[in-house]
Design a protein around this ligand. Structure first.
Ligand code: BTN
Length: 266
């Protein structure tokens, strides 16, 4: 992949000095790390940096988001210190329909690397699962420019528990492992792994191969919005979910909601 030379972090302009994190910037080896106490959404700030030439690999982290969002317009609960709420500025060369899956695989690997004993699955198209429950998610957005990738990982269980409307489907690292690393360590591991995967020889092919071993839907009976019911049998080279219907035909699902259908014995 050929890339334009990275632009200077200074090109990002009026960053309040209190949110620049020069020590993290240096030790993570990226053009810029901003660590905010509160933001609306780290994706919005990353998109702003991107517009101003903030540089591929620039990272925005917030302790709290007041307007954190997930896929399909859902809001994303981002309580202060409760998780890793972060976004990474990418460039055009990183654009690919498989990008959310690549980032999901990278995040799963990063979490396992720093949380010994943890097993993280990736549920098409963008969920990170532990023990069948969602611990995080990936939101790739492009506001008319290069992609920005947003990553949310629940670290603490919110006081009073996760909202009832999540129906017990959410979890947090602290509920899954004995000791959870500091959020800085989690964020660093994620950034490094995402960039490592993107800079590999065959980013998409390699990520899809790695996904096969942690595909949380594989072999499951699922209901898809786009194509109805069937068994999930993997992901095709374009990143679409492969669904096998009862008559044995296969269809590629490119968008929409997918949920597991509890079957006999499950
Ligand atoms: C999803 O599972 O629907 C994706 C959730 C993505 C949440 C992260 S938190 C950091 C970044 N900023 C946002 O507003 N959303 C993403």
């Amino acid at each position: 992949m050929t890339r334009p030379p990275p632009s200077s972090p200074e090109a990002a302009g009026d960053v309040p000095p209190s949110v620049r994190a020069p020590a993290l910037t240096a030790s993570w080896g990226v053009p810029l790390v901003e660590w905010w106490t509160v933001l609306g959404s780290t994706n919005d700030r990353a998109a702003e940096l991107s517009r101003r030439g903030g540089g591929r690999g620039a990272v925005v982290v917030a302790d709290e988001q007041t307007e954190g969002r997930g896929r399909r317009g859902a809001s994303w609960l981002s309580v202060p210190g409760g998780g890793v709420w972060m976004s990474i500025v990418l460039d055009e060369a990183d654009s690919a329909p498989q990008l959310p899956l690549l980032v999901g695989v990278a995040c799963a690997e990063a979490l396992e690397q720093v949380c010994p004993g943890l097993g993280v699955g990736v549920k098409w198209p963008n969920d990170l699962l532990v023990g069948g429950r969602k611990v995080g998610g990936v939101l790739v957005e492009r506001a008319g420019g290069p992609p920005v990738v947003g990553i949310g990982v629940n670290v603490r269980v919110p006081q009073g528990g996760f909202p009832a409307d999540l129906g017990g489907s959410a979890t947090a690292l602290e509920a899954e492992v004995e000791s959870v690393p500091a959020r800085e360590r989690l964020a660093e591991a994620i950034v490094r792994r995402v960039l490592l995967r993107l800079d590999s020889e065959e980013p998409v092919g390699d990520a899809l191969s790695a996904l096969a071993a942690r595909d949380a839907l594989y072999g499951r009976e699922v209901m898809t919005e786009q194509a109805g019911e069937g068994v999930a049998v993997g992901v095709d080279p374009t990143g679409a979910l492969l669904l096998e219907r009862a008559d044995g035909t296969r269809v590629s699902v490119v968008s929409g909601r997918v949920r597991s259908v509890p079957g006999p014995g499950r």
